[in-house]
Design a protein around this ligand. Structure first.
Ligand code: ATP
Ligand code: MG
Length: 415
């Protein structure tokens, strides 16, 4: 694997040679956290990873610089922190293994004493490459919308990753989780999460080497106590195309329901392949439905294929909006999000917007959603104050920016 890895290995004092690329095939993962949902019992659920050999894998081609700020944890330290990996500290489980909540001795830690520890399951089909990729990418990148990797552990066969603890867990739990512990997400929080996650992806795409994230999905968007979104899981991330190439050819690995069609068909991975995944999450956010759910009637398994025709019209959209919103959302903003989703889901990558354009569009939609409604009483003042007919404008091509917010009206408090 990449030369960058040797620095990780050196600091962990281990001399094993990493294995070659791991192929992940038809693996169903389930969360063991509070949520359960219709999608998770199927053999191909929203979390199913797939892989199909195609082209050359350029993973870890030596572009990484050493990651300076990661702490090397001992296994016994993490065992103590997680009460011996006790089952009641399990936060969830993915393809890599279980994720535990842990408590560090406050004296030994400068960055908060609560942690999340991801421990490789010996039976997992993910493994060294994903662990290494996470250390290399996340260890080097720092952004307020990326989960902070605090350190790692590598002792014998034990591979662990230590993250900041994200209090509210994953977006997946909130959108699809059932049970009294899971509160439906209000509209303004949904927007806030989308904006945060979009910032995270935009940062990656703009960063040195144009990192392609490759596994954008609701379970990889984690939320802190204020619903501030951070992207996690860089196990599948890739460096983007070099100047001479427009895409990276790679083994096709991703998650059913989220992966861009060109990537699934050809293995060609573009920065815009992430944009497609973002579009899928936009649709999940609108509908509260999983990207893929084989428990739905046939013809509705793939959310995008099923819902796409409903995204272009306000009336059709209303029928498929998440019932847990109980109608409490500005329908114009919802339509703008739906239109934005359609552009992200364009089959030609070049027709999709960039993540930076998406950030800007979402922020405009948010500012309009936050604008206070004109009090009803004004309607009666005179006929020439009637509302203008709605003119749809793509959120990507707004009218010359009018001031978004009337300073006379204070904004409602943000979450
Ligand atoms: N830093 C964290 N803080 C709090 N909870 C976390 C953290 N990281 C992960 N979790 C919890 O653990 C669950 C499993 O995460 P994990 O990334 O291992 O799997 P996944 O995203 O569900 O699937 P995949 O393996 O496909 O990424 C998450 O859904 C979340 O609930
Ligand atoms: Mg994950």
């Amino acid at each position: 694997m990449g030369t960058c890895f040797s620095s990780a290995a050196a600091s962990a004092s281990v001399d094993q040679t990493p294995s070659s690329s791991v192929t992940i095939s038809q693996k169903t993962t389930t969360n063991t956290s509070s949520s359960s949902s219709s999608g998770t019992n199927s053999t191909v659920s929203g979390n199913s990873r797939f892989s199909a050999a195609s082209g050359t894998d350029f993973a870890g081609s030596g572009q990484m610089i050493p990651h300076p700020n990661l702490r090397v944890f001992s296994f016994s330290e993490l065992k103590t922190a997680t009460r011996n990996f006790r089952s009641d500290t399990v936060l969830g489980e993915g393809g890599f293994g279980k994720v535990y909540k842990g408590w560090l001795d406050p004296k030994s830690s400068t960055s908060g004493s609560v942690i999340a520890v991801k421990k490789l399951n010996s039976e997992s089909m993910q493994g060294f490459d994903e662990w290494q990729s996470e250390v290399n990418f996340l260890g080097r990148l720092s952004h307020q919308n990326l989960v902070k990797l605090l350190g790692y552990c590598w002792e014998d066969k034990e591979l662990l990753l230590v993250y900041e603890f994200m209090q509210k867990g994953s977006l997946e739990n909130h959108l699809f989780g059932r049970g009294s512990a899971v509160q439906p997400l209000p509209w303004n929080i949904r927007l806030k999460i989308l904006i945060g996650a979009a910032h995270g992806l935009a940062f990656l795409h703009a960063s040195d080497g144009n990192v392609i994230y490759r596994d954008f999905k609701a379970s990889n968007i984690l939320l802190d106590g204020s619903y501030h979104a951070k992207i996690s899981d860089f196990g599948l991330a890739k460096m983007g195309p070099t100047a001479s190439r427009s895409h990276v050819t790679t083994q096709v690995i991703g998650t059913y329901g989220y992966a861009a069609p060109e990537y699934v068909a050809t293995g060609h991975l573009y920065v815009k392949s992430d944009v497609y995944g973002f579009g899928v999450v936009l649709v999940e956010m609108l509908t509260g439905l999983r990207a893929l759910d084989t428990n739905r009637p046939s013809g509705q398994h793939s959310l995008v294929d099923w819902i796409k025709p409903h995204l272009c019209e306000r009336r059709k959209l209303k029928n498929i909006m998440d019932s847990r919103l109980e109608g409490r959302y500005p329908s114009k903003s919802a339509l703008h999000i739906a239109q934005l989703a359609l552009t992200c889901l364009e089959s030609e990558p070049k027709n999709r917007p960039s993540m930076q354009e998406i950030v800007e569009a979402l922020e405009r939609i948010e500012s309009v959603s936050e604008r206070p409604r004109v009090p009803r009483v004004q309607k009666h003042h005179s006929s020439h104050h009637q509302r203008q007919p709605l003119q749809y404008r793509s959120p990507l091509h707004p009218r010359q920016q009018a001031p978004n917010i009337n300073p006379a009206y204070p904004l409602p408090p943000r979450v």
